[in-house]
Write a protein that binds this ligand. Structure first.
Ligand code: KG4
Ligand code: ZN
Length: 342
């Protein structure tokens, strides 16, 4: 089955075509970073307008890559995300499916992230533990198969990506903050500041990141605010955030008896996190899987893959254009009749 997918949930316009036999055939991405840069964050109205301008030409480009052969289905991100952008993607996807007389399926953005490692050369097999870390979510999920998700832990306040972005803002770094902070942290002295490890002893798999961001702010205000100090604070923040993600992930692995770990979502692009978790997991004999850097952050390839699995299992989304800007991952059902874990 061949599926065209559209992703417009935040500040990336993306279109991809995935074929269950041939793999990824087209993958288009336009980042709105330059558009939002001066506002130091995503402006929802501007994001939606830009998606509206770019998405359809990108569909034409993707179709050109496959010789304009009509797909067998269309997938689109229906949430969670910014409503305006989601509506643009959903309307376009639904209209294309109607015009092509093919089925459409609404995809949960975080399910896309969760399945992104499936696009790699060595994909994980079910079951696994997923550490989903993005700008809006920090989740530890037990994944038994597609649509079979149990949330073991989540952030009680800011998502880890949000904490990276807010701390980067405190340090006067640009938007998006996560990659800028990670880059600056490389020049930091890891011993100068030691940040707390929030909820380390909470006895559950939940996280808290807003205190880390506040700690960074207070440390910065009291400091000489030099470039070296900024790098030292970035380093201390990153160390603490990565450390707590690793501690909780290993706790969840021990509690569930799982053997495989998947890291996905934008913060999954953080090299320090990848290295630390891989190293820590090796000690216990666990295997860590992660998507390539390009498929950690938002993209349509992951939506096309998830859409393809759900469409192949017979799932269909009706003609009405429905989006859910807030959509718990646990509301997703297992696609029937085919069970991918069988
Ligand atoms: O998955 P994503 O592209 O969008 C959402 O679904 O939220 O994640 C974006 C988040 C942002 O908070 C960004 O700062 C963070 O991922 N991020 C990083 C890195 N690259 C992206 N955080 C830390 N280190 C990175 N290298
Ligand atoms: Zn995302």
């Amino acid at each position: 089955m061949r599926v065209l997918a559209i992703e417009t949930s935040c500040d990336e316009t993306a279109v991809a075509i995935y074929d269950s036999e041939k793999g990824l055939l087209s993958d288009k991405l336009f980042s709105q970073v330059d558009l939002h840069h001066i506002y130091r964050g995503v402006v929802p109205e501007l994001a939606a307008r830009d998606h509206l301008q770019r998405a359809f030409p990108m569909v034409l480009e993707a179709m050109h890559d496959v010789g304009n052969a009509k797909p067998d289905g269309v997938a689109y991100t229906a949430g969670p995300g910014l409503s305006g952008g989601l509506l643009v993607g959903a309307s376009l996807a639904r209209s294309l499916a109607f015009g092509w007389s093919c089925p459409a399926v609404a995809i949960h953005h975080m399910e896309g992230h969760l399945l992104a490692p499936m696009l790699s050369d060595t994909p994980p097999t079910f079951p696994f533990l997923a550490l989903l870390v993005s700008g809006g979510h920090t989740l530890l999920v037990q994944v038994l198969g597609i649509g079979q998700y149990t949330i073991l832990g989540e952030s009680v306040d800011d998502a880890v990506g949000e904490a990276f972005d807010k701390t980067a803002r405190v340090l006067g770094l640009g938007y998006p903050g996560g990659p800028a902070l990670a880059k600056l942290a490389l020049q930091g002295d890891p011993k100068r500041f030691v940040f707390p490890r929030p909820m380390r002893h909470s006895g559950d798999c939940n996280f808290s990141f807003s205190g880390l961001k506040t700690h960074a702010l207070q440390t910065f205000k009291k400091s000489d605010q030099s470039m070296q100090t900024k790098a030292d604070i970035a380093c201390a923040f990153e160390q603490a955030a990565v450390d707590i993600l690793c501690i909780k992930t290993l706790q969840a692995m021990q509690a569930t008896g799982l053997q495989r770990i998947v890291i996905a979502g934008g913060v999954g692009a953080n090299l320090h996190l990848r290295q630390r978790l891989t190293h820590a997991a090796e000690k216990y004999g666990y295997t860590v899987f992660y998507p390539s850097i390009a498929y950690c952050t938002d993209n349509a390839a992951m939506i096309a893959y998830a859409g393809c699995q759900r469409l192949m299992a017979g799932e269909r989304t009706g003609l009405e254009i429905k989006i859910r800007s807030r959509w718990p991952l646990t509301d997703l059902s297992r696609p029937l009749p085919h069970d991918t874990t069988a």
